[in-house]
Design a protein around this ligand. Structure first.
Ligand code: EPU
Length: 299
């Protein structure tokens, strides 16, 4: 890769890298090439990067565990949040945590500190920023329930803070948009200790998932009153494939990259599964895996 150091407003300097292949940054191992890529080490550096831009779409990638990045060249700047990993404990039950902090590491920390709350998140991959933006969870719970406030950088390169109540969230969704999350303040229930039985139950549920192969978690959300996995299974989707993208034999709501599947293979397979379920049941499955869209565009 061609690497260049660009001066930013004379105050900051950040490393931009051109033509960065994004597929290794995703758990599916698919997707194209970022025209320009940067991985800032702190929020101030990110502000400087955004202020230095003109007419540029800006994308964000966290752990890459729940997105489908299109093939080919992605015009614009892709920001990785992975270096935003600072964690600061405010008291025994609250912390401010960088958006790039790995969710599994946070879960491990809470377990070691005997703080309860995130037992349901055992086994969920990705970064905290990604987890908050999609309210990652299991069993009717999601990480957003413990979020006090979110700091983010907007399209002007300014820091903004969104307090609890200023954003909404629900089943696998959160409406924070148009700004890049840099850190999250979280509070866990005072006095609630880590419940190992509950954590083990959640871990056991994951045994039905094809975790040893490349995937992006559940492909579709569960429609109300139904299980997407069961619907897909009942409609005979297991084993369906496009190129090297295949529907898992273990859990029908997982698509696996069994070789060098392209994103268009995966995309086509998702569509085929959704059509099949619709034809046979009349139910329209809604995607859980997110499309790769700009967070905002700098004018
Ligand atoms: N089922 C089938 N065939 C399949 C898959 C599932 O018949 O191929 C049946 C199961 O036997 C079960 C029902 O469908 O009776 C539900 O399946 P499962 O228990 O595996 O849970 P799920 O609803 O498919 C949800 C979350 C998962 C989370 C698990 C465990 C969604 C869309 N999925 O899966 O989240 O890990 O519970 O807590 O909400 C994700 O978000 O990426 C994800 C994987």
């Amino acid at each position: 890769y061609e690497e260049c150091v660009m001066p930013l407003n004379n105050t900051y300097s950040a490393k931009f890298t051109e033509n960065v292949s994004l597929s290794p940054l995703t758990t599916l191992g698919a997707g194209g090439v970022a025209e320009v890529f940067a991985s800032p080490s702190n929020a101030e550096e990110l502000c400087g990067i955004i202020r230095s831009l003109k007419e540029c779409p800006v994308y964000v990638i966290g752990g890459g565990s729940n997105i489908l990045i299109p093939d080919g060249r992605i015009p614009g700047l892709v920001i990785s949040s992975r270096k935003l990993t600072k964690i600061k404990w405010l008291n025994d039950y609250s912390a401010e945590i960088g958006a790039g902090y790995p969710l599994p590491l946070l879960v491990k920390n809470l377990r070691e500190r005997n703080i309860g709350g995130l037992e349901f998140a055992v086994g969920i991959p990705g970064t905290l920023g990604g987890a908050v933006s999609g309210n990652a969870g299991a069993g009717g719970k999601g990480v957003c329930m413990f979020v006090d406030s979110v700091k983010a950088v907007d399209s002007s390169g300014d820091m903004i803070t969104l307090k609890r109540g200023e954003f909404e969230y629900g089943y696998r969704k959160c409406d924070i948009s148009g700004a890049i999350i840099t850190s999250v303040a979280m509070s866990f229930p005072v006095g609630a200790s880590w419940n190992e039985d509950e954590a083990s139950n959640f871990a056991a549920k994951r045994k039905s998932q094809p975790l040893d192969s490349r995937n992006a978690g559940c492909t579709f959300k569960n429609p109300e009153g139904h299980s997407a996995g069961k619907l897909l299974d009942d409609c005979g989707c297991k084993g369906m494939f496009c190129g090297e993208a295949v529907v898992s034999d273990k859990h029908a709501n997982f698509i696996i990259n069994r070789g060098s599947a392209s994103s268009s293979d995966i995309e086509e397979l998702i569509e085929l599964c959704a059509e099949r379920v619709f034809e046979r049941t009349g139910i329209r499955l809604e995607r859980e895996i997110k499309p790769f869209m700009p967070c905002f565009s700098v004018k």
